[in-house]
Design a protein around this ligand. Structure first.
Ligand SMILES: [Ca+2]
Ligand SMILES: [Ca+2]
Ligand SMILES: [Ca+2]
Ligand SMILES: [Ca+2]
Ligand SMILES: [Zn+2]
Length: 491
């Protein structure tokens, strides 16, 4: 009994010694956590260019051989309510739409049947300019075009939507270029918004500060094949079925200042990236590679009351920007985080996701979730060990499932490098606690038993003593012992 109790105590001692030898961590490897300010703030501060009210005149135009079927009220609602709301949202309230719509449909002179306006490849032709010229001329006496920044010509019938920074058409009241778009009476909000995106004031130099480039493939479109091969649903300029704008588009229109991350000795850099749909926090990481090429990292969330609500997936989106490419030839290309599927709908990375560009030494890891945002680590080396626990960031994220930012991911006092269950805070502490409790229980039981035994022994001894005393008294009585004379006498 005694032996077992001693063993339990010994075991307890071992555990206590074991607990006190858990390694303590040095603070030498303090994380470089970005402050949220641009690492290189001078490089990419952009003017807000598409700012305040954008004054638009909506000009309704029909043909001698094609009358309209859509009401003025429907079109007014599309432009001044729906498109306006979309742009207010994606611009974080920096831009909105103002203006007027003509109170009737103006009739152009040339019949639709005489104009080739319905094929994508032909919109640049003289026919489109003829239509625009005739529509503007028909309304010119009623509309002061000098009061507006853009014209939206809504055509009856199936006219191919397009936009131009200058249609090359003169007007009575102003000499400024006729900037605007042509849509048709059946165009949806996405089409209006896409075409308007081509002419809003921007920082996109190839277009001379006018609008955003097309992000789908002109070559594939010309072949009538699926043309949205680089962006998927992540930007309206790649199509019109999804209404969101990526960070690069918002940045190019001046609504967003990125956190510039320069590759170099300050690596790795940790950024808490907030959802693009939010109107505060770091929402865009820009990694410039040279004057024209860069990577962009953003977080996309299906946030209610935003154009991203219907996105097919959520997470960290990474894409390349190549300003040497022309509009329609791959200015932006999204990295497919799920290359097993051809679609880019599943492109975003989640925690554990990794991106590498070995040629340019760019390594991006999604280290952790951070509220609605994500913690992203950008490094110039695959061997970096941000938290200094002896495990490389890359392996922690892609293989071990531990945090590259925490020495002890699950906070159980055992560091990642020796914790066999680094994401389970009950392991190995759970079994240890159970063993300790069990040992305590055994010890208590043993001690209790010893007490019981000693009590019993004491009782037995007392009984023996009492019995022998009784026997003694009995034999004295039998011998006629004089108890009275044996009493002590008073002095
Ligand atoms: Ca995919
Ligand atoms: Ca590490
Ligand atoms: Ca770690
Ligand atoms: Ca641990
Ligand atoms: Zn376009």
């Amino acid at each position: 009994m005694l032996r077992v109790t001693d063993l339990a105590s010994f075991f307890l001692l071992l555990i206590v010694v074991g607990c006190t030898t858990i390694p303590t961590y040095s603070t030498d490897h303090a994380l470089h956590v970005s402050s949220g300010l641009p690492v290189n703030s001078s490089a990419h501060i952009r003017q807000v260019v598409a700012k305040g009210p954008q004054r638009i005149i909506v000009l309704l135009a029909e043909f001698p051989d094609k009358n309209h079927t859509t009401s003025i009220e429907t079109i007014r609602n599309t432009v001044f309510v729906e498109v306006d709301a979309l742009y207010q949202e994606v611009s974080y309230g920096l831009m909105w739409i103002a203006g007027d719509i003509t109170d009737r449909w103006y009739r152009v002179q040339t019949p639709l049947s005489k104009l080739d306006l319905q094929q994508w490849t032909s919109w640049q032709k003289e026919d489109m300019r003829t239509f625009v010229r005739e529509a503007v001329a028909a309304a010119d006496n009623d509309v002061d075009f000098g009061n507006y920044d853009f014209v939206i010509i809504v055509a009856a019938g199936k006219v191919w939507p397009n936009a131009r920074c200058d249609y090359g058409v003169s007007r009575n009241d102003t000499a400024s270029p006729l900037k605007g778009l042509v849509v048709n009476e059946n165009s949806d909000i996405g089409t209006y918004a896409h075409e308007l995106g081509h002419v809003l004031p921007s920082n996109y130099k190839p277009f001379g500060g006018c609008g955003l480039p097309d992000l789908y493939s002109y070559e594939l479109q010309a072949k009538n094949e699926t043309s949205n091969v680089w962006i998927g649903p992540w930007d309206l300029m790649a199509g019109s079925w999804n209404l969101g704008f990526c960070a690069w588009s918002r940045f190019t229109l001046g609504w967003l200042t990125p956190e510039d991350v320069l590759m170099g000795p300050a690596m790795p850099i940790v950024v808490n990236l907030q959802p693009l749909e939010r109107d505060s926090g770091t929402r865009m990481i820009l990694i410039p590679l040279n004057d024209t090429a860069s990577y962009v990292i953003e977080v996309r969330r299906k946030m209610e009351l935003t154009s991203d609500y219907f996105l097919p997936a959520e997470g960290v989106l990474i894409y390349s920007v190549n300003l040497d490419k022309k509009s329609g030839y791959g200015v932006l290309r999204v990295y497919d985080g799920e290359p097993a599927t051809k679609t880019l709908e599943d492109a975003p990375l989640v925690v554990g996701g990794a991106f590498e560009d070995q040629e340019n030494h760019v390594y991006i890891l999604v280290a952790d979730i951070n509220g609605q945002g994500f913690t992203v680590v950008v490094s110039s080396s695959k061997n970096s060990d941000t938290d200094g626990d002896g495990l490389e960031d890359w392996l922690e994220v892609t293989q071990y499932g531990t945090s590259p930012l925490k020495v002890d991911t699950d906070g159980d006092l055992w560091q990642d490098s020796i914790d066999l269950s680094s994401r389970d805070s009950t392991m190995p502490n759970g079994p240890i606690i159970i063993t300790v409790l069990f040992s305590l229980l055994v010890a208590v039981l043993m001690m209790k038993r010893r007490l019981v035994f000693s009590t019993r022994k004491c009782r037995e001894e007392f009984r023996d003593a009492w019995l022998s005393a009784r026997d003694e008294i009995g034999s004295l009585n039998r011998l006629g012992f004089d108890w009275e004379s044996a009493k002590p006498k008073p002095l």
